[in-house]
Design a protein around this ligand. Structure first.
Ligand SMILES: Cc1cc2nc3c(=O)[nH]c(=O)nc-3n(C[C@H](O)[C@H](O)[C@H](O)COP(=O)(O)OP(=O)(O)OC[C@H]3O[C@@H](n4cnc5c(N)ncnc54)[C@H](O)[C@@H]3O)c2cc1C
Ligand code: SF4
Ligand code: SF4
Length: 1006
């Protein structure tokens, strides 16, 4: 082990670094440029299987800065790779020189011209951002990549991306009017049909392309709508006055795009989907051809391997139900979309009675549900358990739709003898299936098969006169096949184009043209590795990750392994989106290190000893990645591969604390339940101390608790004490008597039976309810008793362990978990024996982070019997809503009509397990209730996170989305938040006091 580590260290040490002179030159431009190891590791991968560590990353704010930085890099002999969101699948967006990230600052949208149907965008504008801007005007940008939530227009143009609706919109190149580009020598030029710049280059390219016209006709017969063999010379031949035809699809190998003038399209007036279900993929392929006469906007194919990956995933359950996958299984589905004359065309489709069954959808929410499954295709597939994953390398080949059945047979005949399987999904109407053979890239045998499949598929595609890459680009994976696909003549034409733009091979070397294969090429670095499909693979393939610790967590819900879950991150960039719950720190900052992908990449870098100091558990890089993760669990349900950063982080921290000892602050934060107990001994004194400026400054200096943050006060009467003195069948009986409870010996403090007795429920009085917010517990008891439940608390309960778990103090968390499960199990067995129905009592939680501990993390901690206890645990709101769904009159509310709206901010742990819509349903049961679930992610407080002095600003930044949502509500709206930290954050940053749902219900009871 040690010798392997040393070998790795030696390898790491000999990696190239930028010289200080080169670095200085680039810094002098004034452009934000970073050369630290953290940044270099963050940008070493994209969504591909490849890894190349760059020398640095620049983030230009203006075309002038981009020009200066590219000029300086070129002068210093440093290659440049432009980059957007880094969602390229075959290594297009990585390089060993300077990465120029256009996605960080360059997000301006301007010059909307509805008459001309055009708009100007910065290269870093994201497709969804553009479409959100255009929608109110009735327009959209046509090409619809599946990565629309993060793919940038710069990346889309450079990859000539397209999507499902290619039959009506074509590809991105078809929508470019003009481009503002930065050349290798730093010149900023405008190109397009109406611009006369680069006249010499244009004339030269026109001559070259005209001379190759016959060869193009021979090699590329018509019928492919997504053909894309390197540079768009066929497109240019049709419009030789427009150099954008060459730039679009050039994968950053010719120039950098700073901004673009684009064509926009009117939104369709109506949309409808027909879903056709088949017993075999071959049938679906055949049908695709038969449907083209209906002129669909899209025909997409999804098959069973992909659909199977949605099983058990909260995020996709509604779509599974809609498609009736559990009751009416199928092997494959065609999604046929129509724009215009929808009813007529859908009815023709239905009348054809194709396949097993047909389903028609016109409801936008339902149609979106189906599209979300299709769009998450790749990540769903790579989310499969185990080291073998569907690998992207032949995933972008296209043939004419009529050739699909034969092409699929051809692929099967390549893979079958090698014992390989694959999913076949994608843009059937364009003849493009994203086929990803399932390979274990850690295994030498599978690496051989990887090459065999690539070689044979290249030959197969050539036989069909198809296109090896149709929308994802050539990248690293397909560069070595360019000669095979294009032939010498066309490849030479493209090489001449490259030299016309970039004579020193500065831009993205090694993509489209192999490194070192041209006499004129300037060597790009001391590590001139030829571009081959099997070079530059991610390090964990050739050197399996060795953990310097024994993981303690089970990763029970998916991979059952730390490394397995870590390797689930395929770089797809789903966590770079600006909506929903994953990942709130990226949404707030736009920084790669603040994304789930960034964090997973840095954990991998640390374990591969690529961090400074080569300590796998402790480094600045790891701190930057892990300490800012809120452990909000947003990634658990939303990352289609189920990367679970909260668990990965807890495990990494735990390994470090075990080795180095638990720091004081983490120890304190792990023990807030004990602090609560102590604080409540002398609440007035403690609260006075907590409010004292001097004490707070001292706390900030010694243990790093921000003095800007209010600390929760201790209650004058603890909730459990209140409960013990107020139980005689009703709430606060007149005489305040508290009869002894017969069950106290069984670990549960019970209350006397009620008139309408529904049996017993156990209320989990968490740390916050018990010591800080007893009124929430009182309200819950009031509601539960009104429903007819006998409420009990758990005697001698311990803290649920969430605070310790969040700090990576997993030994302490496991100890607490074991004690709680033992108490509850004992109560269960004794209860069953002596209390009849009482022993199985549901356990209700007011605090979602405690509930998620019981239902998820106790199992992760491998606590015996945790599963049985989890089955009895319910979120208070869900329990009440489920009951009211069966018996709407079980609670009687005051009949005053509510004039105030209700805005609900659900806790992210609740959202990670349940669809939060039930909370609005519950609040809507109040007379006149008008509830909205706010579109928020984590509140930013995240337990103790927001109280740390160095995290305060980030915590407030993350909260901004919640604050904006609250601000947008009508005045007087009541804000409901079930998490104590969420309520705390809201009261710290607004003038509002948010309530728990229990309070809302209790206040409204008749
Ligand atoms: C899950 C998944 C699904 C996908 N589905 C689709 C799909 O439906 N259709 C599709 O076409 N693609 C798809 N892709 C591929 C990819 O998302 C798209 O090609 C996307 O448009 C790339 O945008 P990006 O901002 O991530 O670019 P990047 O990946 O960052 O870069 C793409 C290429 O463009 C170059 N580049 C980036 N910005 C610039 C610039 N400003 N100037 C010059 N060159 C630049 C880079 O050097 C690189 O060669 C998918 C990828 C994933 C992971
Ligand atoms: S964390 Fe998930 S969503 Fe983000 S890049 Fe990795 S696989 Fe994609
Ligand atoms: S747990 Fe939350 S903050 Fe951490 S990576 Fe996942 S989504 Fe981001």
């Amino acid at each position: 082990m040690l010798s392997r580590l040393r070998t790795r260290q030696a390898l790491v040490l000999c990696l190239s670094k930028m010289t200080s002179a080169q670095e200085k030159k680039i810094r002098q431009t004034g452009c934000d440029a970073r050369f630290d190891n953290l940044t270099r590791q963050l940008y070493a991968t994209d969504a591909s299987i490849y890894q190349i560590q760059p020398l640095g990353v620049a983030f230009p704010r203006s075309a002038q800065q981009a020009s200066a930085v590219i000029h300086a890099a070129a002068d210093a002999g440093v290659p440049v790779t432009p980059r957007g969101a880094g969602t390229s699948l075959v290594g297009n967006a990585i390089g060993e020189g300077l990465i120029v990230d256009f996605s960080h600052y360059n997000r301006q949208i301007s010059d909307l011209d509805l008459e001309k149907r055009s708009i100007r965008v910065g290269a870093g504008v994201v497709l969804d951002q553009l479409n959100d801007f255009l929608k109110p005007h009735g327009f959209c940008f046509g090409p619809d990549v599946a990565t629309s939530s993060r793919a940038t227009l710069g990346g889309m143009i450079a990859n000539n991306s397209s999507g499902a609706r290619c039959p009506i919109y074509g590809t991105t190149a078809d929508h470019v009017i003009s481009l503002e580009i930065v050349m290798a020598d730093g010149r900023v030029e405008k190109i397009g049909a109406s611009h006369k710049s680069l006249g010499n280059e244009r004339a030269k390219i026109e001559d070259l392309v005209r001379a190759a016209a016959a060869e193009m006709t021979e090699r590329w017969p018509p019928g492919l709508i997504k053909r894309w063999p390197g540079y768009g010379i066929q497109r240019f031949l049709r419009a030789p006055d427009d150099l954008t035809n060459i730039l679009a699809g050039s994968e950053g190998t010719l120039a950098a795009i700073f901004s673009a003038e684009l064509k926009i399209s009117p939104l369709p007036r109506e949309i409808g989907l027909g879903l056709l279900f088949f017993a075999a993929v071959a049938e679906a392929m055949q049908t695709t051809v038969e449907l083209l006469d209906l002129k669909p906007a899209a025909i997409e194919h999804i098959d069973r391997p992909l659909l199977d990956q949605t099983k058990g995933q909260l995020h996709f359950q509604a779509a599974r139900d809609l498609l009736e996958l559990d009751t009416k299984p199928c092997e494959s589905i065609l999604i046929v979309e129509f724009y215009e004359d929808v009813a007529e065309r859908l009815s023709i489709l239905q009348s054809r009675k194709i396949g097993l069954r047909t389903k028609i959808l016109t409801d936008p929410a339902q149609m979106n549900m189906v599209w979300s499954v299709r769009k998450s295709g790749l990540s769903l597939l790579t989310g499969c358990i185990g080291p073998a994953k569907p690998v992207a390398f032949i995933e972008d080949a296209a043939v004419r739709p009529a050739q699909l059945p034969e092409y699929v047979r051809g692929l099967e005949s390549i893979m079958k003898p090698l014992g390989l399987t694959a999913s076949y999904y994608g843009h059937a109407a364009s003849g493009l299936l994203h086929v990803r053979p399932v390979l274990d890239m850690h295994s030498a045998d599978d690496l051989k098969k990887f090459r065999q499949v690539a070689d044979q598929t290249s030959a197969l595609v050539r036989r069909f006169k198809g296109s090896l890459s149709a929308e994802h680009g050539v990248g690293i994976a397909r560069t070595e096949y360019m000669r095979d696909q294009l032939g010498d003549e066309l490849l030479e034409v493209m090489r001449e184009i490259k030299w016309a733009f970039d004579p020193k091979n500065i831009f993205n070397p090694g993509k489209i043209f192999e490194v070192g294969t041209d006499r004129r090429a300037v060597p790009t670095s001391q590590r001139d590795v030829p571009t081959r499909i099997d070079n530059h693979l991610r390090e964990n393939f050739s050197r399996p990750i060795e953990l310097p610790f024994q993981p303690v967590l089970a990763f029970a819900f998916k991979d059952r392994s730390f490394t397995g879950n870590l390797e689930q991150c395929n770089g797809c960039g789903g966590c770079l989106k600006q909506s929903e719950i994953m990942c709130p720190t990226f949404i707030a900052t736009h920084d790669e290190v603040m994304s789930t992908r960034g964090r997973a990449n840095i954990i991998r870098a640390a374990l591969e000893l690529r961090t400074n100091g080569h300590d796998p558990l402790k480094s600045e890089e790891l701190d930057a990645a892990l300490s800012n993760c809120l452990s909000c669990k947003g990634c658990t349900p939303e990352c289609p591969s189920n990367v679970n950063l909260a668990l990965l982080k807890a495990e990494m921290l735990h390994a470090r604390w075990r080795r180095d000892g638990l720091p004081l602050r983490e120890r304190i934060f792990s023990n807030i339940d004990l602090l609560g107990k102590l604080g409540c001994l002398t609440p007035r004194l403690t609260n006075r101390l907590l409010d004292s400026k001097a004490v707070r400054v001292a706390m900030e200096k010694t243990i790093g608790i921000s003095s800007q943050r209010s600390l929760p006060h201790y209650a004058s009467e603890r909730f459990d004490k209140w409960f013990a003195t107020n139980c005689s069948g009703g709430l606060r009986p007149p005489n305040g008597a508290h009869p002894p409870t017969p069950e106290s010996g069984y670990g549960v403090t019970g209350r006397a039976p009620l008139q309408r007795n529904r049996g017993r429920v156990i209320l989990w009085d968490d740390t916050f309810v018990r010591y800080h917010e007893p009124h929430v517990g009182v309200a819950a008891v009031k509601v539960l008793e009104a429903l007819g439940f006998e409420v009990a608390l758990v005697k001698n309960r311990r803290c649920c362990g969430r605070p310790a778990f969040s700090q990576g103090n997993l030994d302490a968390a496991a100890k607490l978990a074991k004690q709680n499960v033992t108490i509850l199990s004992l109560q269960h067995s004794l209860g069953r024996r002596s209390l009849g129905e009482g022993g199985n009592a549901p356990i209700l939680f007011l605090e979602p982070s405690c509930w998620s501990m019981f239902v998820e993390d106790y199992r992760e901690l491998r606590i015996e019997d945790a599963e049985n206890i989890a089955a009895r645990c319910f979120l208070f709101e869900k329990f009440v809503d489920d009951l009211l769904a069966q018996e709407p009159d079980a609670l009687r509310f005051k009949h005053e009509s509510r004039s105030r709206g209700i805005a609900i901010h659900p806790h992210c742990h609740a959202k990670s397990i349940l669809n939060p819509s039930f909370m609005a349903r519950l609040a809507d049961r109040l007379p006149g209730g008008k509830a909205t679930v706010l579109d928020t992610a984590c509140c930013g407080m995240a337990g103790a996170f927001g109280a740390q002095v160095e995290k305060y600003d980030l915590s407030v930044q993350v909260a901004q989305r919640l604050l904006d949502q609250i601000d947008s509500q009508p005045p007087g709206t009541e804000v409901i938040a079930s998490g104590t930290s969420c309520r705390h954050q809201i009261s710290d940053l607004t003038n509002l006091r948010a309530k728990h749902m229990a309070e809302l219900l209790a206040d409204a009871l008749a």
